[in-house]
Design a protein around this ligand. Structure first.
Ligand code: CUA
Length: 160
């Protein structure tokens, strides 16, 4: 039997306790606060995305569901690199649910001063909701490197 010093035992015990406490906290936050990895809320076929469905040109942009409640459909595209639409305007206090997808390669969708930061994959629809309680300009950018025109992929949410 190997002799373990008393202090060593305490430190081992403390380490095990910390692991147990922190693992429990992660579990609690995941289940009670609803933290989760992004889910594929919908799937689309990138090859036919422009022909039918929610991401045809005519449907891109903002739709009012009820007073103060909106949904916005955005399509990220490379070559030319940009987001469609490039600008969205909503009144202060609006709650907007974003549905974002890509027609080609992997992009990102990140809105400044919000916690929206989505990975945008071809074939999947990423979804996020935010309430804009402050007037101002909220730029959105592509947050994943997607080619030589990556830096041109940006747009603006105007809240007034
Ligand atoms: Cu799209 Cu970077």
């Amino acid at each position: 039997m190997i002799h373990i010093h008393a202090y060593e035992k305490w430190w081992i015990g403390l380490t095990v306790l910390m692991l147990a406490v922190l693992t429990t906290l992660i579990g609690l936050s995941a289940f009670s606060s609803g933290f989760q990895v992004p889910q594929p809320f919908g799937r689309v076929d990138p090859n036919t995305i422009k022909d039918s469905g929610a991401f045809v040109d005519a449907n891109l942009g903002l739709h009012e569901l009820a007073p103060g409640k909106y949904e916005a459909y955005l399509l990220g595209q490379a070559s030319p690199w940009r987001y469609y639409p490039g600008e969205i305007t909503v009144p202060v206090g609006s709650t907007v649910t974003f549905y974002v997808t890509s027609g080609d390669v992997q992009h990102g969708f990140r809105v400044q001063d919000t916690n929206i930061n989505l990975q945008v994959l071809p074939g999947q629809v990423a979804k996020a909701t935010h309430t804009f309680n402050k007037a101002g300009e909220f730029p959105y950018i592509c947050g994943e490197y997607c080619g030589v025109g990556h830096q041109n992929m940006f747009g603006m949410i105007i809240v007034k």
